[in-house]
Design a binder for this molecule. Structure first.
Ligand SMILES: [Zn+2]
Length: 827
């Protein structure tokens, strides 16, 4: 910042924003062109119609299909296999006549001939690094997965599909889908029932990697089963794409129809079953004591054990050849999952909410002793906490139960009313002492909040996961973040970073990215793209663009408009604008359709006061300013210092008018001109000038440059010479004429000493070093280091003693495992 007190003529046509000095950089139609950045989204969004309105709400003729399921399934624990009798009643509520219906057969993704498996590349088949150009490598986990596929065949074995009168229907299998040709076209408003039997092998989840399967505990020779996308489900038929014909490739999850479910699950008699829905026959599957404890849990102040850790430990040691059938029913759900094991500890606690339809929800957790002590401490609390926070931002939790199951070591997965969650403590191999890391503790709480949050998005706000991962993961990660902020302060949501906006900048600056608006299966850098970037976007939207009041209202409106319905991205974008009255097209373009990042620099501040234009006042000031800008030469000063005299000094008679007067000496002509200037001013102009002079206000021109390219609001902190500060929020519309360089004008009574952008970390600005003018020196510490000797002394190594037992390398879990040693095959 320069502190020149320059005199400028008061220009009466100064607009609040003076436009860029550097606009030559912006080329029409290219990045930085405001025409593109602020253009309305109509050109990109689907045309509104009778099913989806321009306001983002479901239209007057909105429709969706319905599918009801009745399944009797048996778990064969000896063969790790399911066999089932299934019937589906499919209701055609569309205005279209259907000649065929499609089933989705998700388990077929594990067949050797699936598109997903055949299109795997080395990098996503379990190698540790991208093998293109960076050396080949293979992990233990990748080889174990290969061996697991060699050992068993997966996918559905489906019997003939019959209609209600028992007639066999023609079918055609196509990868993870199967077409059922109907004997008579299914007309609008009519329904069809199909019945069939099927079997499938359950995958070893640890070896293969899946959203469900079984987990084997070698130490106790026990199992748990968690069954997800385990049965053939109806493919969604929608107003925007007809039958969802995108095959299941793994990343793009599920788009499903709502319906009612009646499921009978037959398992070994000593198993505890956790499931979507309400248990219909507690008297025949639970002990009297368990039923009493369940009743107590409803009003308890903390989680109550239905099965205690000791009981679970005793139970897992026995085993039985008897079976029991658990029957569950659930209304208006889009999917159904369950888990079963003789290992389960079970706790529960009631949750009460202000809702006439559903005043009470039972929160429950199921976990093996391997999850203790953190599961009984945190799981059910986290389930209830999630409902409390999410309901405030959307709608009351609509289902009778909310469940968390510890199904694996890390990660999580969501289904209606039930979630499968990871994270367990570690037991020391020798001492058995159980400890857990910070990451395990917060990972556990975080994943439960996340997965229970998914019961809202997308299990109720039923977005199309096969197409748009961000619509459920992004929205849900944002709400998870809000819920974690309310769990405890400084919750380490993003590793060691607690603010999503500080976490996301590294990704947003990376070159290997695609826009958020990319189909699920073609996203690169999946986690940051579909989870944290949309979460960061919504955090910016809420706190820096819209403000909490407008955002929260609009977000709640979106949630309520689309609960139990199927929103598309356009419905979200439109509703957020429609309900808030804020034009956000620039925001969606920048954050959701683009890959630019936020980086704005505060480049320069220039300070002025209004000139009186009176030569007797201004000329002395101009003289000072001239002297400061054009100081006398060093040689001249040095000559004077050495005592050198000039000829004019020695012969004073050589001096004349110009030696006595410089160019800033005021003449009468100057005074006359000033008088003329004042006289020619209109009355109001003279008043403005006199008032400005009397006030002695400071005029500042502050230059901003948008380096990152993403249009952003500018939350500024102005600091004054007296130490006081002023917060000033510049809206993103400041970039609408020039999206690269803008200059803001500030007229202030107090003298400004610095302008800082984003002091509160609100806008995900990637480079904080250019956010303040004048620049600041940031103190830090430097560590001294010693050079390393890399020489391998083979003579010395040969003298080392051989240790007792040869060490056998143990394979690790699929995530971040070790590499197998690879050698080129000798020719
Ligand atoms: Zn998720």
């Amino acid at each position: 910042m320069k502190y020149l007190i320059a005199a400028v003529a008061l220009a009466f046509n100064l607009s609040l924003v003076s436009h860029a000095t550097d606009s030559s950089k912006v080329i029409k139609g290219m990045p930085g062109d405001p025409d593109k950045l602020f253009a309305q989204l109509e050109t990109l969004l689907p045309t509104p119609g009778v099913t989806r309105t321009a306001s983002g709400a479901p239209g007057a003729q909105y429709w969706q299909q319905r599918a009801d399921y009745r399944i009797r399934v048996t778990l064969d624990e000896k063969r790790n296999r399911l066999s089932a009798k299934q019937s589906i009643t499919y209701m055609n509520r569309s205005p279209d006549t259907l000649n065929y219906i499609w089933l989705q057969l998700d388990q077929n993704i594990f067949r050797d001939d699936s598109i997903a498996r055949r299109s795997e590349v080395a990098a996503n088949a379990g190698t540790r690094r991208d093998t293109v150009g960076s050396g080949d490598s293979l992990s233990f986990a990748a080889m174990r997965r290969h061996q697991a596929f060699e050992d068993r065949k997966y996918g559905y074995e489906i019997g003939p599909i019959r209609d209600a009168s028992g007639r066999v229907l023609e079918t055609t299998a196509n990868d993870t889908m199967m077409r059922i040709d109907l004997r008579e076209p299914l007309r609008p408003g009519t329904s069809i029932e199909v019945n069939f039997e099927w079997q499938s092998n359950i995958v070893d989840e640890a070896a293969i990697g899946a959203r469900g399967g079984y987990e084997y505990f070698p130490k106790s020779n026990t199992y748990q089963y968690f069954l997800a996308q385990w049965f053939p489900r109806l493919v969604a038929y929608t107003d925007y794409t007809g039958w969802q014909h995108k095959q299941f490739l793994d990343r793009g999850e599920f788009t499903l129809e709502f319906g009612d479910y009646d499921i009978e699950i037959t398992v070994p008699a000593d198993h505890i079953v956790a499931s979507t829905g309400v248990l219909q026959n507690p008297d025949s599957v639970l002990t009297t004591e368990q039923r009493v404890r369940l009743k107590q849990a409803e009003t308890a102040k903390k989680p109550v054990f239905i099965v205690t850790p000791e009981e679970a430990l005793a139970n897992e040691k026995e085993g039985t050849s008897r079976v029991r059938t658990w029957r569950f029913k659930a209304k208006n759900i889009r999917d159904f999952a369950w888990a079963s094991s003789r290992k389960y500890i079970w706790d529960a606690m009631g949750y009460r909410q202000d809702d006439v339809k559903r005043p009470f929800v039972l929160a429950m957790s199921f976990y093996p002793n391997e999850g203790e002590p953190i599961w009984s401490k945190y799981s059910t609390h986290a389930v209830i906490h999630t409902m409390g926070v999410y309901s405030r931002f959307s709608f009351p939790y609509p289902y009778p139960v909310a469940i968390s199951v510890n199904s694996w070591e890390r990660g999580g997965m969501e289904y209606p009313m039930i979630t499968f969650n990871g994270y367990r403590p570690t037991a020391d191999e020798k001492t058995g002492k159980v400890t857990y890391s910070r990451n395990t503790k917060y990972g556990l709480i975080g994943v439960i909040i996340h997965e229970v949050g998914h019961i809202y998005f997308p299990m109720i706000v039923n977005s199309d996961e096969r197409l748009w991962t961000w619509m459920d993961e992004g929205l849900n990660t944002f709400l998870e973040y809000l819920a974690e902020l309310e769990w405890e302060e400084n919750f380490p949501t993003f590793g060691d970073k607690t603010n999503v906006l500080d976490f996301i900048t590294g990704y947003m600056q990376s070159t290997d990215q695609v826009p958020i608006m990319t189909n699920s299966d073609t996203i690169v850098q999946f986690g940051p793209n579909a989870y944290s970037k949309p979460a960061a976007a919504l955090a910016v939207l809420r706190e820096a663009v819209m403000g909490r009041e407008l955002f929260d209202h609009a977000f709640r409106e979106y949630s309520n408009r689309w609960k139990f319905k199927r929103p598309t991205p356009a419905d979200f974008f439109r509703t957020m604008e429609d309900a808030s009255g804020v034009d956000l097209d620039w925001f969606w373009r920048g954050w959701f359709y683009g890959t630019d990042h936020v980086d704005v620099a505060v480049r320069d501040i220039r300070e002025y006061q209004v000139s009186t234009q009176d030569p007797d006042v201004e000329f002395p000031l101009k003289r000072q300013e001239f002297a400061a800008s054009w100081p006398e030469s060093y040689s001249q000063r040095q000559n004077r210092a050495e005592g050198l005299t000039t000829r004019v000094d020695r012969y004073p008679e050589l001096k004349d008018f110009y030696n006595e007067n410089d160019q800033f000496t005021v003449t009468n002509k100057d005074r006359n001109e000033f008088k003329d200037f004042r006289e020619k001013l209109r009355d109001w102009e003279r008043e403005v000038l006199d008032r400005a002079i009397k006030a002695g206000e400071y005029v500042y021109f502050v230059d901003f440059r948008n380096i990152g390219g993403l249009v952003t609001p500018l939350p500024l902190t102005l600091t004054y010479a007296d130490g006081s500060t002023e917060e000033y929020a510049v809206p993103a519309e400041v970039w609408r004429y020039n999206a690269v360089d803008v200059t803001k004008l500030f007229v202030r009574k107090k003298r400004l000493v610095s302008v800082e952008l984003d002091r509160k970390h609100l806008i995900a600005d990637a480079d904080k070093t250019n956010d303040i003018t004048p620049r600041r020196i940031e103190p830090s510490r430097v560590e001294l280091f010693r050079g390393r000797d890399r020489d391998r002394n083979q003579m010395l190594d040969a003298l080392a003693e051989l240790k007792g037992e040869p060490k056998v390398e143990k394979p690790e879990g699929a995530a971040g495992g070790k590499d197998l040693p690879l050698q080129p095959v000798a020719k």
